[in-house]
Design a protein around this ligand. Structure first.
Ligand SMILES: Nc1ncnc2c1ncn2[C@@H]1O[C@H](COP(=O)(O)OP(=O)(O)OP(=O)(O)O)[C@@H](O)[C@H]1O
Ligand SMILES: [Mg+2]
Length: 503
């Protein structure tokens, strides 16, 4: 039956060395086998008796005799007897998925070595877009346990892409490890923290791109601001907003914007918090819709107060001290001096405000190809409100020529956003679906099942993921699999070193 299938799929089937068609009788088949054995023995004898010179030139003796490598490891001592097993190459490719991979082509930045093909591995999400089936977006998810070289890979993406004219943006760098990279590339770093002069206003309106009309742009800015305010409030409150709270936020933002534009100022988070805290002003601004909006907004006012007072005081509630320079090759926002409190909500809120500021600056569709790197994004995963803002940004990014790179530890970080079927989980899964490229560095054994479930890994891939070393990852590019060893240039090793304090 296998022979018949092999006949049908003649191009795909593995070749059989001795094929005796059906219909020949047993004696004939035996005679054919004997002839083949005699011919093989004759050829063997001729090969071993031939002198070791060709055209007078001394040939080096063969490393191993024609019978193969000596010793028990050769499995040639006639002791290993396994039944012959034949399969089509299609089946073989399914059972051993890495054997038959042809590579992604030579376009893009050099990443390192494709371990199975022993070939160079290059990658450029923009070059692959539309070229391979199922590659629907340029976004990349990178997951792996601590210290496996995730940030090093992200930094190589950044460093090497600059040569292709891409710009690199790191909206939140909680460890401050991107600053040397930005400096080396001639880019800028904005450091935020208590006592530091740097301030960013996440409600800043980016200059209107030439290709967008004034009315559309005003609507776009309003949408972004509302999304940010809603996400911040939801994260501090730890719950969804009620309908009246949504209205209150709307009304407060519009009031603040009208007042600010009358004095040619940019609205601040503190202005929104103050308006929410003024029930009479809210009620009169809401007009017929009112219905005691002021009372309903009390929780909101307290939630936004956290952004204005306390640990984040001043950082995101003042006019920005930096203007965005679209010509700089790289920009990172260093949040390492924010200090780690017992709960990291403050850091997470800061990461969100910093991202919102940078993303609105990146809203120019003519800004060229850009990488936006969310290192340590796993911190944001626990907050459904922040995920929602992030996903909205990702949906926009394809039209803007932006490739997002999200770095997390475990794939189950995505599951912490909520229980199965919840809104948070749906958002996290949507974010995963929005990444055509998933790079999996080593995962803990207890995480493998979750990873396999989310990414549809085969058992061979699961086994591979649990044994990966530093810098080595399983790349799933639109369903195709590669094991790639990321190779660092000596200069990169020094520049990317995060182990310095451990040496
Ligand atoms: N491909 C590689 N070859 C050699 N060394 C590497 C490679 N990748 C990373 N390293 C080294 O490993 C160390 C840790 O790397 P890195 O900080 O990128 O890990 P990480 O996965 O981002 O860790 P964390 O989860 O703590 O952020 C660095 O000092 C880096 O120089
Ligand atoms: Mg890292």
């Amino acid at each position: 039956m296998i022979h018949r299938r092999a006949d049908r799929n003649a191009r795909r089937a593995s070749a059989s060395p001795l094929f005796t068609p059906h219909g020949t009788d047993r004696a004939k088949r035996r005679a054919t086998r004997r002839q083949v054995a005699e011919a093989t023995a004759k050829a063997h004898a001729a090969a071993t008796s031939r002198p070791a010179t060709t055209a007078g030139r001394e040939m080096p003796p063969p490393l191993y005799p024609a019978t193969g490598r000596p010793g028990p490891a050769s499995a040639r001592g006639s002791k290993l007897k396994l039944p012959a097993h034949r399969m089509t190459t299609a089946v073989a490719a399914g059972a051993y998925p890495f054997l038959a991979e042809g590579g992604l082509g030579a376009e893009g930045i050099y990443i390192g070595r494709d371990v199975h093909a022993e070939a160079s591995f290059t990658f450029d999400p923009f070059a692959l877009y539309g070229r391979i089936e199922g590659f629907t977006n340029p976004n990349v998810l990178l997951a792996g346990v601590i210290g496996q070289g995730k940030s090093a890979l992200a930094k190589s993406f950044a460093l090497r892409s600059v040569a292709f004219g891409y710009r690199v943006y790191v909206p939140c760098d909680p460890k401050g490890e991107w600053t040397p990279v930005a400096t080396a590339l001639g880019g800028t770093t904005i450091a935020l923290g208590p006592g530091l002069p740097g301030k960013l206003n996440p409600l800043d309106a980016a200059p209107r791109p030439a290709s967008v009309s004034a009315a559309d742009w005003a609507g776009e800015i309003r949408k972004r601001r509302l999304l940010l305010l809603g996400s911040l409030a939801r994260t501090v409150l730890g719950r969804e907003l009620k309908p009246m709270e949504h209205t209150a936020l709307d009304v407060a933002l519009d009031t603040v914007v009208t007042r600010a534009s009358a004095t040619s100022r940019t609205p601040l988070l503190g202005d929104v918090a103050a308006t929410l805290n003024d029930p009479d002003a809210l009620d009169s601004a809401a007009g017929v819709m009112s219905g005691r909006l002021g009372d309903a907004a009390r929780d909101l006012a307290h939630a936004l107060r956290r952004m204005v007072h306390g640990d984040l005081a001043g950082m995101f509630d003042a006019p920005s001290t930096h203007t965005f320079d679209p010509r700089a090759p790289m920009l990172s926002i260093d949040l390492s001096r924010l200090g780690g409190g017992s709960d990291d909500t403050a850091l997470v809120l800061a990461m969100t405000c910093a991202s919102a500021w940078m993303e609105s600056a990146l809203a120019d569709p003519d800004g060229g190809r850009r990488w936006v790197v969310y290192d340590e994004a796993w911190r944001l995963m626990r907050h459904a409100g922040l995920l929602e803002r992030m996903q909205a940004q990702w949906k926009l990014s394809r039209g803007l020529g932006i490739a997002n790179l999200m770095v997390i530890h475990r794939l189950s970080d995505l599951l912490t956003a909520g229980d199965a079927g919840s809104r948070g989980r749906a958002l996290a899964e949507g974010l995963l679906a929005d990444c055509s490229t998933r790079i999996i560095y080593r995962q803990e054994t207890d995480q493998l099942t979750a990873a396999a479930g989310l990414l549809g890994l085969t058992s061979v891939e699961m086994q591979a993921v649990s044994h990966l070393g530093r810098g080595r990852g399983l790349w799933k590019v639109a369903g195709r699999s590669f094991i790639v060893q990321h190779l660092l240039h000596p200069h990169e090793v020094t520049l990317f070193d995060t182990d310095a304090r451990m040496h």
